[in-house]
Design a protein around this ligand. Structure first.
Ligand code: FAD
Ligand code: 2HG
Ligand code: ZN
Length: 493
């Protein structure tokens, strides 16, 4: 713990109680077992890998309350962790020590929806699935979709620069977020809640907060562009026996489905074996295979899309690159295909512990990382498939192939430093040596901050540090993460 930060006192808590509604200050200084239990939900992450010991959670209900909380923390040297749905996978959303948690979950109102431009403006604490339901009723869709949608919030999505399942079609939050309102560490409110698609007037300051993981300020409101809900949706579930075939299917999909392709996802046999073992799902397959691919299209004309789909399937048949293939008959079946893919990260967590990697690598080499890690862990004698005493149980690979983003999930019975130190930084160096970066969409958090220099040159890190110094000179925002003092330096620097 960095002793420059003050420890929480009763006087601090009294101040927060004076500015926030009574139920929105959860504090365990009074030693009540019930509040300790309640606080645990905020102190521990989704993977149960990271656990802090915060004694205080604040749930402000307005931008002004966030501003008052931060101003006080800044003046009193109290470290802060912003939190939304707490579904982050890099240990960024929970405290490392006793930082105060400021959750935006009580700020969950939709402010405005413009059905001409499709711009949705809402509080940062709105749950992604709720936003999806809201715009869907009006004929639109949120451009971001992911397995955690029922609990993650838009402020957390923006702060982690989340990618998700339809990035291939709808693009990144750097392009879909049009405006943000942010409260800086000193309580100053930055009103950049623009609803304009184009703006060439000066530096685009809001971009700094997209992917800043709560290190520069707290996002309080978001304006996001939402596309029209597709009138025609098709999904195809394929299996195949080689990585070369997965790539061939991808090329064929891009060629034949071009403007209507909305997702191209894959998972391998190791990932599928965990889904089979832990999830009770109906899978439309006669035989098992090495790779599974989910292709989806979004369009506005069913007949046109069906014709394109037909030519895609014909090309797949002719080139004989798939072993089995199923086309969804209706929305319900499309959803059932997606559930299989979305349940992979959940299945990977069921053995007790899972080390998750989220790598962005050129598509041609992307699967080599899975092959390499299996070999590496076998040679280290910690991965012994078939042996019940093996420390590593499974090395699953899956992800967003269309975006060049792979997830490697290494399942173990329990978390151990030994396994962590064996995998890291090895997997990150392998990624760098194959022209990739150590995070495609989950971010740095506590897990990868110290490895940032593997993916970014010193010159860029120094600019990041300068920005941090300007916006949060007392370093109260999400300390120990993202840009920590101790870093593994890049070999070439
Ligand atoms: P949190 O976990 O609460 O916070 C994430 C980070 O943002 C933290 O550093 C936190 O301090 C900061 N933060 C939170 N709110 C604010 C705010 N208002 N202002 C400033 N900083 C803030 N991620 C993907 O990219 N793609 C996926 O497909 C995907 N699928 C997932 C599936 C599952 C089953 C799970 C468990 C996670 C998945 N994730 C995925 C990871 C995670 O859901 C995303 O990172 C999500 O965007 C986090 O949102 P959250 O509201 O839970 O944020
Ligand atoms: C996904 O693509 C998510 O399903 C989660 O990004 C990945 O848990 C993971 O490693
Ligand atoms: Zn993902």
């Amino acid at each position: 713990r960095d002793e420059r930060y003050n420890r929480l006192t009763k006087e601090h808590v009294e101040y927060f109680k004076s500015i926030l509604p009574k139920d929105n200050v959860i504090c365990s200084l009074d030693d009540s077992e019930e509040t300790k239990k309640e606080l645990l939900k905020y102190n521990i992450d989704w993977m149960k890998k990271y656990r802090g010991q915060s004694q205080l959670v604040l749930l402000p209900t307005s931008t002004d309350e966030v501003s008052q909380c931060l101003r006080y923390c800044n003046e009193n040297n109290l470290a802060v962790v912003p939190q939304s749905g707490n579904s982050g996978l890099v240990g960024g959303s929970v405290p490392v020590f006793d930082e105060i948690i400021i959750s935006t979950k009580a700020m969950n109102k939709i402010i405005d929806f413009d059905d001409v431009s499709g711009v949705l403006t809402c509080n940062a604490g709105c749950v992604l699935a709720d936003l999806e339901a809201y715009v869907e009723e009006r004929g639109f869709m949120v451009p971001l979709d992911m397995g955690s949608k029922k609990y993650c919030c838009i402020g957390g999505n923006v702060s982690s620069n989340a990618g998700g399942l339809r990035y291939l079609r709808y693009g990144s939050l750097h392009s879909n977020v049009l405006g943000l309102e942010v409260v800086l560490a000193n309580g100053q409110v930055i009103d950049n809640l623009s609803k304009l698609r184009k703006d060439s007037t000066g530096y685009d300051i809001k971009q700094l907060f997209i992917g800043a993981e709560g290190t520069l300020g707290i996002i309080t409101n978001v304006a996001i562009s939402t596309p029209r809900k597709p009138k025609a949706v098709n999904a195809v579930f394929l299996s195949t026996d080689s990585w070369e075939n997965v790539q061939a299917i991808y090329k064929t999909a891009k060629e034949h489905l071009q403007e209507i392709i909305s997702a191209f996802e894959f998972f391998d046999e190791d990932a599928y074996s965990l889904v089979k073992q832990h999830m009770q799902l109906q899978v439309p397959l006669k035989e098992e295979n090495k790779f599974y691919v989910l292709v989806e299209t979004h369009g506005s004309n069913k007949q046109h899309d069906n014709e394109k789909l037909h030519s895609f399937l014909e090309a797949i048949k002719t080139s004989n690159v798939a072993r089995e293939g199923y086309v969804s008959k209706d929305d319900q079946q499309t959803r059932s295909f997606w559930i299989i893919r979305e349940s992979v990260p959940v299945a990977c967590s069921k053995n007790g512990a899972v080390f998750k990697y989220d790598l962005s690598i050129p598509i041609a080499q992307i699967y080599d990382v899975a092959i390499y890690m299996r070999k590496y862990l076998k040679e280290a004698n910690v991965y012994r498939p078939g042996d019940e005493t093996s420390e590593v149980i499974n090395v699953a690979a899956y992800g967003h192939i269309g975006d060049g983003n792979i997830h490697i999930n290494i399942s173990c019975k329990s978390y151990s430093e030994e396994i962590a130190n064996l995998i890291e930084p090895e997997i990150f160096y392998w990624t760098r040596d194959h022209n990739g970066v150590i995070s495609g969409e989950h971010g740095l958090g506590l897990m990868k901050g110290k490895y940032l220099a593997i993916s970014k040159p010193g010159s860029m890190i120094r600019i990041m540090e300068s920005i941090k110094n300007i916006l949060d000179p007392n370093y109260i925002m999400n300390p120990y993460k993202y840009l920590p003092k101790k870093r593994i330096t890049r070999l070439s620097d």
